[in-house]
Design a binder for this molecule. Structure first.
Ligand SMILES: [Zn+2]
Length: 418
């Protein structure tokens, strides 16, 4: 802790003003990536930055970078980032908080005329949500070399509009090459989007990393037949075994408190009231913050599905893994600095893994990175009811300020008070 603190009411009023752009009927925000509302929100943000003398630079995928110079321009900046796009009728805090808290950190450095050795910079990543264009975390993914620019520009939304066309409409095609902007270390403040901090009355989540994820397609194949003439005993009916596979998935998910198991899609083919389906396909999403524990869940699922396949007569029950995202581990020095800041300021904190994906996951592949979580009411997010209390908004921004000052090498004036 440095003796400096952010201006909480200023940050709170900016959150309120940003929420008016693309305001939705029930108190949320609707700014789909690269829509006019998204662009209007970005322009408001750039104008706020300009008022304090910070110019914005953009790249060809529309990521924005806003820098406050350090003493040594040769040192790569400490970057504070997140996103301004929202889900359809989404909340006022998801992503927006991280960006506006970054601006609040820069303004606080200005307010107290604090010189830093390294520059401190804000990054606004394009299309984090993945609601209009897939994949999610698009801008940070291109910046970090996870997705190619050419392939990403060709992605279209549901009405066939390509990413390139929308970027060109706002002039982002004239930006710098993605990935060319150096980053020394990366910090992201985000609402938890889950209930744990609120339940435990903690103000700060020290995010140590992200859960490992495995996705599967589980297929039960028999043979479709008319609902009437075929006797039950002669049917090759995959639905009869549906309960056994869903119970298996839930048993795996309920075996340990940190485990998650989700069946998000069930498809019956052909899907007609008087046809016994010939095939049932399920999606399975397994997650765990511990890679070895997720592997055990994987082994149980694989072995027990193989066992069911042997005993289910006339049926073929198969499991195909379609995706594996390993555990993301954040930088120990940065998470240590988050923990130390919370302790010094008297904020109740706990370590936790992120259950959702964030831009910081891509950044962690290329630079030291970490995240700070703050509680959100009832754990609700991607919803117009999303809410984080002003004191938690301020606490999160203060932690960002402390860690940014430490990483950027601030010269703290003796006896300075906030
Ligand atoms: Zn977000």
């Amino acid at each position: 802790m440095t003796g400096y603190s952010v201006n909480g009411p200023r940050l709170w009023s900016r959150l309120k003003d940003m929420a008016e752009i693309g305001a939705s009927a029930n108190g949320g925000s609707h700014r789909l990536a690269l829509s006019q509302d998204d662009e209007d929100g970005r322009e408001l943000f750039v104008a706020w930055c300009g008022n304090r003398g910070f110019a914005a630079v953009f790249d060809k995928i529309g990521n924005l970078f806003v820098r406050r110079a350090g003493r040594n321009p040769a040192v790569p900046p400490v970057v504070i980032g997140s996103h301004l796009d929202t889900q359809p009728n989404g909340g006022r805090f998801d992503g927006v908080l991280g960006v506006l808290a970054g601006l609040e950190v820069l303004e606080t450095l200005e307010d107290f005329a604090i010189a830093t050795e390294a520059p401190v910079e804000i990054a606004v990543w394009t299309n984090e949500e993945g609601a209009r264009f897939q994949p999610a975390m698009m801008g940070s993914g291109v910046h970090c070399g996870v997705h190619s620019l050419a392939e990403t520009l060709a992605v279209t939304d549901a009405s066939g509009i390509p990413v390139a066309q929308e970027l060109g409409r706002y002039g982002y095609d004239k930006g710098i090459e993605p990935g060319s902007r150096a980053i020394g270390s990366y910090l992201e403040l985000h609402i938890e989007q889950g209930p744990i901090l609120e339940q435990e009355d903690k103000a700060i989540g020290v995010v140590t990393g992200g859960q490992a994820i495995r996705w599967y397609t589980l297929t039960l194949s028999g043979e479709e037949t008319h609902a009437g003439p075929m006797p039950m005993a002669m049917r090759r009916d995959p639905v009869r075994h549906l309960a056994a596979v869903t119970q298996l998935v839930y048993r795996i998910g309920l075996a340990d408190l940190d485990a998650r198991a989700t069946i998000g899609v069930i498809e019956m083919r052909p899907g007609s009231i008087n046809v016994m389906p010939g095939q049932v396909r399920l999606s399975v999403d397994l997650r765990h913050p511990d890679e070895a524990a997720l592997e055990r869940m994987h082994d149980t699922l694989t072995e027990e599905i193989a066992g069911l396949n042997k005993t289910a007569e006339g049926l073929d029950i198969s499991l195909e893994q379609t995706w594996h995202s390993p555990v993301v581990a954040f930088d120990a020095q940065l998470t240590g600095a988050v923990r130390a800041s919370a302790t010094a300021r008297g904020y109740a904190a706990r370590d936790m893994a992120s259950g959702a994906g964030h831009d910081a996951f891509h950044l962690a592949k290329v630079v030291p990175a970490t995240m700070v979580f703050v509680p959100c009411r009832d754990g609700i997010s991607h919803n117009e009811r999303e809410y984080t209390a002003p004191e938690h908004v301020q606490a999160g921004a203060n932690v960002l300020l402390d860690v940014a000052l430490q990483m950027a090498g601030a010269e703290v004036v003796a006896g300075a008070t906030a």
